[in-house]
Design a protein around this ligand. Structure first.
Ligand SMILES: Cc1cc2nc3c(=O)[nH]c(=O)nc-3n(C[C@H](O)[C@H](O)[C@H](O)COP(=O)(O)OP(=O)(O)OC[C@H]3O[C@@H](n4cnc5c(N)ncnc54)[C@H](O)[C@@H]3O)c2cc1C
Length: 500
């Protein structure tokens, strides 16, 4: 029986440390936390600072000359950071209306920021920013499952508040991602196969449209806009507050399980293992969602880190895990944590120290698990690249994420089996041109096995036909909604929805 483990380094630290270390040297022996933390520290900046408490009440405008301006400009991709002339720090829906009116009166270009985690920096502007980070209320309705959430709430806070009530938020696990951008792009996490995406839990939103009107969007009010908010990626209207209906964990309300399996395999075994994981992850009980991080390792080896969560206790988890084909080697999860969902979230989320490298991200979707022959092509290309150039993350979809039809929400990738994230760190050894070339070669290798789609929440500023890739056949409908609610194209950036 797996036992509760001692505190451990967060998986992203492991991956980033591996990437950083493998870019320059071979990682010796153990993955002990001190080694990992040293590596991560050496190649990262400090985590985003906590904001100081500001006087509440009025809408606050931080001008670029203000000494705090640079502090507030920080976002996840710090190399894409801009210093806006005016930052409108909103603490209420009324502040957002005021900010929008002021920006219109001054004729300014602007960006909207919730959590500031856009991979392409679309919440940055050197003109004006409507900053929603302090719209951070979480208020449960009397029925206990509907929750009103300010756009600036960070995922960690929503997850923990919900888990406290034995409810599941079908969202990603990065603690500091904002609900605003995350939900508007879809929102994929460890409950995806059980409960779908965060946008599938959305029941209504308070918005300001491109003409400054305050509206409600729901299935009964402005349903066309409501549809567009579920995966359209923003750029039609600004959402100040989301209402979600959360899912009670069933049928064993007190227990959830998270696990991690880390293994380094020589190439041929790696090919078989990767193919087998894909088949298993796609077919397993939908209460279990897992992802597989694929990292090239010296000597044409491949290092895999599989993480997952099952919304069930030990017995159900072990029954599923036993169906993992173990033909290659006797593998067991290296870490298993069983407990209340809240305890699991604390184990995973609150230990995240948040070290970030400037990184280029791309994405793809696989329609089905890849055959061994396809895995051989993919891993062959990955291990042929200079060590540390690219790592891959395959996130299992299917289950509830595949229940809606392709046009039920603006997010169209319902028939995909896996979301693939490709990441290439920009380091001293690899500039952004080299990172781009490495990613392009991986995309080339992936091409026969993917749908051609890309995930709008993994924005890639270099993606050529981004509208088709992000939204497919839903794009003309999104454009029609844009024309109705934002006819002057107020909400625009390099990859915004274009007017028809
Ligand atoms: C470390 C990290 C981990 C991640 N993990 C996951 C994951 O597990 N699953 C997943 O699906 N995604 C994940 N993402 C991607 C993340 O979901 C997207 O980057 C998301 O758009 C970030 O939202 P934000 O509010 O933090 O970002 P922001 O940069 O504030 O916003 C992103 C975009 O949405 C727009 N926007 C933001 N708020 C609003 C609003 N209220 N109204 C209108 N437009 C708005 C912005 O203008 C911008 O274009 C991750 C990203 C990072 C950096």
């Amino acid at each position: 029986m797996p036992k509760k483990q001692a505190p451990r380094p967060h998986r992203r630290d492991v991956l980033r440390a591996l990437l950083a270390a493998s870019a320059g040297s071979v990682i010796a022996g153990t993955l002990g936390s001190s080694v990992i933390n040293q590596s991560a520290q050496a190649a990262s900046t400090q985590p985003l600072p906590t904001l100081s408490v500001l006087p509440s009440g009025n809408l606050q405008i931080i001008e670029s000359i203000n000494q705090d301006a640079a502090y507030y400009a920080q976002g996840f991709q710090f190399h894409l950071q801009k210093l806006p002339k005016f930052r409108y720090l909103c603490r209420s829906h009324a502040h957002v209306e005021q900010a929008f009116a002021d920006i219109q009166a001054r004729g300014l270009r602007f960006a909207v920021r919730s959590g500031g985690h856009c991979f392409a920096g679309h919440s940055q502007s050197d003109s004006a920013v409507i900053d929603l980070r302090e719209l951070n209320h979480i208020e449960f309705d009397g029925d206990g499952i509907h929750v009103r959430v300010g756009a600036g709430v960070q995922l960690v806070d929503l997850h923990l508040e919900a888990a406290q009530r034995n409810l599941v938020v079908a969202a990603g696990w990065c603690p500091s991602v904002g609900v605003g951008g995350h939900c508007l792009g879809g929102g994929v996490g460890y409950a995806a196969r059980a409960y779908g995406l965060l946008c599938d839990q959305l029941v209504s939103a308070q918005v300001i449209d491109g003409m400054g009107n305050a509206l409600t969007a729901s299935s009964s009010e402005n349903p066309d806009l409501f549809w567009a908010l579920k995966g359209g990626g923003g750029s039609i209207a600004l959402v100040s507050e989301f209402t979600f209906v959360l899912a009670p964990i069933a049928p064993s309300p007190q227990q959830a399980t998270s696990f991690e399996l880390a293994v380094k395999l020589p190439f041929e075994q790696a090919v078989e293992f990767f193919a087998q994981w894909q088949t298993w992850a796609h077919q397993t009980d939908p209460r279990l969602t897992s992802q597989c991080n694929v990292i090239p390792y010296p000597g044409k080896n491949v290092f895999f880190v599989i993480n997952g969560q099952m919304l069930a206790g030990a017995a159900d988890f072990l029954a599923q895990f036993k169906t993992f084909p173990l033909g290659i080697a006797h593998l067991e999860p290296s870490k298993v944590f069983i407990g209340s969902l809240r305890a699991i979230l604390e184990e995973h989320i609150l230990k995240d120290p948040g070290h970030y490298f400037p990184t280029k991200y791309q994405s793809a979707f696989c329609a089905a698990p890849m055959e061994s022959s396809a895995c051989r092509v993919l891993l062959g290309q990955l291990t042929d690249l200079p060590l540390g150039s690219v790592n891959l993350m395959f996130e299992a979809l299917g289950g509830a994420a595949a229940t809606p039809t392709i046009d039920d929400t603006a997010y169209p990738h319902r028939d995909a089996a896996f979301l693939v994230q490709l990441a290439s760190s920009i380091t001293e050894k690899q500039d952004s041109t080299a990172a781009h070339a490495a990613l392009a070669s991986m995309q080339q290798a992936l091409r026969p096995f993917v749908t051609g789609g890309a995930y709008v929440n993994y924005r890639d500023p270099d993606l050529r036909d981004f509208a088709q890739a992000y939204w497919g056949d839903n794009y003309p409908r999104l454009q029609a909604v844009k024309a109705k609610y934002d006819p002057q194209n107020m909400f625009r950036h390099a990859q915004s929805i274009a007017l028809p």
